[in-house]
Design a protein around this ligand. Structure first.
Ligand code: PLP
Length: 432
């Protein structure tokens, strides 16, 4: 038995499914999850003494690569000053200012600990601000495991083929209206009927939890216009895309550059903003954000919110995330997705490379994917053999076809070459 097998066997007797987050159990690809003992740059090291080029990057945060020296230095210094004070610290405002410098529409920011908390608070705030109860979300978009946002939610629910979650009351589910992604007509129709009761539309800035789906030209901007017309708020969930696809997230790639310029009322951030430690945030228009306690009537709080060690990691990460870093990740993403597509084409495997900025994923057996229905119609069975072939060649992919592939600025030529060599063999496995 390998060490990973022994560790997994033990974990299953102690924790549900042996894991602390479902996709880690390798449910949809089968086999034994690798137990990771350390990570450096572009590589993960497992309990069996093997290493892997990492294309998960902690599901996003490791934009600079693992254990980046400047981030570690800042974290070590923060640890030496104490772990948690339950009081305000100078670094919180520094990080908020850095975010505002990149995303000026964030007039006020509130730090929380997870992306789930950020979206949960954003929805509560939208309801408190508008005095309305309904929320519109899109099938296949994942916003964390908030009760009301779990319907047709993508990510682990897509992987496990679950339509939603048990334990969510009918009353809660009834307050969420689920629409097909990329369909502005459906949004207009639902607003025509329920407009006066809709508090907010929440959407991933670019969906990456049903695989990657590119927002149609003008889709996010259209949501902004429709919500504004009806007095509802737009919550742009940049937990995954924020500070990863560019210095100002997906909005920075699109909204900020749109001719008329538009911005959502609220943004949610996570992952990169915490540099690998548990920090996330919501931010946006001051008028809305000031509905939060202590200024306003919408309650939200957190023992570890703005934790000093997490603030240090986030600050060091964003400071090191230069234009050069984004240029490197963008270039690697193009190289890799091109090589992937060529390898699959050479084996006659029909596929679609789904792209949003430097994020991409592959969908098998389809020519394009614009929404959840199309994402679910793909040949999911091709992914497990592809994944295991890559793993055997020392490349760690997301253990689900419904997830994005993540690169970092530490993916150097040696790391990329290992992936390029692995791809043709894996493509054969996918073709079988
Ligand atoms: N929103 C999006 C778009 C996400 O991708 C995720 C997690 O993957 C979340 C929210 C939830 O974040 P967390 O896992 O930190 O709760």
């Amino acid at each position: 038995m390998s060490s990973s097998e022994e560790l997994f066997a033990r974990a299953q007797t102690l924790m549900p499914g042996g894991v602390n987050s479902p996709v880690r159990a390798f449910g949809s690809v089968g086999g034994t999850p690798r137990y990771i003992t350390s990570a450096q740059g572009a590589y993960l090291h497992d309990a069996d003494g093997r290493d892997y080029v990492d294309l998960v990057c902690s599901w996003g945060p490791a934009l600079l690569g693992h254990a980046h020296p400047e981030v570690l230095k800042a974290v070590h210094a923060a640890v030496d000053r104490g772990l948690s004070f339950g009081a305000s610290t100078p670094d919180e405002a520094e990080l908020a200012a850095l975010v505002q410098g990149r995303v000026p529409a964030v007039e006020r920011l509130r730090m929380v600990s997870t992306g789930t908390e950020a979206t949960m608070t954003a929805v509560r705030l939208a309801r408190g601000f508008t005095g309305r109860e309904l929320v519109v979300k899109f099938a296949g978009c994942y916003h964390g495991h908030v009760d009301g946002l779990l319907a047709a939610a993508g990510s682990g629910l897509a992987t496990l083929a679950m339509p939603g979650s048990a334990g969510v009351t009918e009353a809660t589910a009834a307050e969420t209206l689920v629409l097909p992604y990329n369909d502005l007509d459906a949004v207009r129709e639902v607003f025509a009927v329920h407009g006066a009761r809709i508090a907010a539309v929440i959407t991933e800035a670019a969906p990456a939890n049903m695989g990657v789906v590119t927002p149609a030209e003008g889709f996010n901007e259209g949501l902004s216009a429709i919500t504004r017309e009806h007095g509802a708020l737009l919550i742009l969930d940049e937990v995954l895309t924020g500070f990863r696809v560019g210095p100002a997230g997906y909005w920075g790639l699109t909204g900020a550059r749109a001719e008329a310029g538009w911005a959502p009322d609220l943004f949610t951030f996570g992952k990169v903003i915490g540099g690998g430690l548990p920090t996330a945030a919501l931010g946006g228009r001051a008028e809305v954000m000031e509905y939060l306690a202590p200024l306003g009537p919408v309650y939200q709080a957190g023992t570890l919110s703005g934790n000093p060690v997490a603030m240090a990691a986030g600050l060091a990460t964003l400071r090191a995330a230069t234009e050069q870093v984004y240029a490197t990740v963008d270039a690697r993403s193009v190289e890799l997705s091109t090589a992937l597509s060529e390898a699959l084409a050479a084996e006659g495997v029909q596929h679609s490379i789904q792209r949003a900025g430097n994020l991409f994923s592959v969908a098998f057996g389809v020519s394009e994917v614009h929404n959840y229905e199309q994402a679910q119609a793909q040949e999911v069975f091709r992914y497990a053999p592809f994944f295991h072939s890559m793993l055997d060649s020392g490349v760690y992919l997301p253990p689900s076809v419904f997830e994005a592939w993540f690169l970092s600025a530490a993916h150097d030529d040696a790391a990329m070459n290992r992936i390029f060599q692995a791809l043709p063999v894996a493509a054969k496995a996918a073709a079988a």
